[in-house]
Design a protein around this ligand. Structure first.
Ligand code: FES
Length: 84
């Protein structure tokens, strides 16, 4: 099971974490990965100035837009899934 954890603290929220979560929800559904990818929210990760922040498993990403979240989903989730 892969886990995407998006910060929903107020600084990250202002930088678009809500839209990023929405994107991931739709992308996971579209790819039919509901049983393979868990989407979670977390409170402030103490990296507010770099946000919006998210983790894919243990790896931290600073995401400035939904476009960036999309790239991460494609490279970290979809491509790695195909490699298995
Ligand atoms: S609000 Fe997201 S790191 Fe602080």
């Amino acid at each position: 099971m892969r886990v995407i954890t998006v910060c929903v603290g107020s600084a990250c929220h202002l930088k678009g974490s809500h839209e990023i979560i929405k994107y991931f929800q739709e992308a996971i559904q579209r790819a039919g990965l509901e049983k393979e990818v868990e989407l979670k929210g977390t409170f402030c990760m103490d990296q507010c100035t770099d946000g919006a922040n998210l983790l894919v498993d243990e790896e931290l990403y600073h995401v400035g837009s939904v476009e960036e979240a999309k790239r991460i989903f494609e490279t970290e989730i979809l491509q790695k899934k195909n490699q298995r």
